[in-house]
Design a protein around this ligand. Structure first.
Ligand code: ADP
Ligand code: 5GP
Length: 223
């Protein structure tokens, strides 16, 4: 929604969950459905999985390039997960927010805590898997290597114990329902009074002007 001639700043939505819960699947579905929201493409030093595209899923960079970007302060947040580095570009994110686009960040709990501190008004959503059996099955279905699978299941417990720090919890048992819950959160956050002040003021001003025009003595038909 826009104020008179001014675009409202976009909202940062953070989505965290243990690897394999369904963040990528859910995000793709959500972005097809909800207008005005973009996916933040992170930088990572890990190798692409089959089907992942550079620039769309991640910006795949070398460890030395990542270190250089970090030293230059290019990252709003960054963290190491399972031996690889991940980070969110501050400049790209700002560009979207200034254009009034909301942005969805798929990042881990360490990164989410940094975003919370640095971006006032950010909204943190944690996606819960139904349980360890379902999570294992999902990771296996994605073709995860057994050694990686064991590590990621270990990390899952640590991530889940941090879910109480988030603004919203969404259970991903059924994908469609989880998508609808996430969509409802985005729409509700967009409707918050403090985010709509400019629009509300513009409408109040129109009503005041109309009241002045139609006040006795100001009406055209008045003698
Ligand atoms: P993440 O991005 O969180 O690591 P993915 O989106 O890659 O997870 O999902 C991991 C696997 O789980 C994929 O095979 C995906 O199809 C499957 N999946 C996602 N959500 C559900 C769900 N609600 N029920 C069953 N399988 C799911
Ligand atoms: P994966 O390797 O499975 O794609 O991601 C592993 C973990 O890294 C996930 O929890 C994912 O949310 C997280 N991640 C992806 N991008 C970023 C990022 O830019 N910053 C942080 N902190 N975590 C990220």
């Amino acid at each position: 929604m826009s104020e008179k001639g001014r675009i409202r700043r976009g909202i940062v939505f953070v989505l965290s969950a243990p690897s394999g819960t369904g963040k990528t699947t859910l995000t793709r579905r959500l972005l097809r459905r909800v207008p005005g929201i973009r996916f933040s493409v992170s930088c990572t030093t890990r190798s692409p999985r089959p089907g992942e595209r550079d620039g769309a899923d991640y910006h795949f960079v070398s460890p030395s390039r990542f270190a250089c970007l970090r030293k230059r302060g290019e990252f709003l947040e960054h963290a190491e997960v399972d031996g690889a580095a991940y980070g969110t570009s501050r400049r790209r994110l700002e560009r979207h927010l200034e254009r009034g686009e909301d942005v969805l960040l798929d990042i881990d709990t360490q990164g989410a805590a940094q975003v919370r501190r640095r971006m006032r008004g950010s909204v943190l959503v944690f996606l819960l898997p139904p349980g360890p059996v379902a999570l294992r099955r999902r990771l296996q279905r994605r073709g995860t290597d057994p050694a990686v699978l064991a590590r990621r299941l270990g990390l899952a417990l640590r991530e889940i114990t941090r879910c109480g720090r988030y603004d919203y919890l969404v259970l991903n048992d059924r994908l469609e329902r989880a998508c609808r819950d996430l969509e409802a959160i985005i729409r509700a956050e967009r409707s918050r009074t403090r985010r709509q002040r400019g629009e509300a003021t513009a409408i109040q001003q129109m009503f005041r002007a109309e009241a002045r025009r139609s006040a006795p003595g100001n009406r055209r038909s008045d003698p």
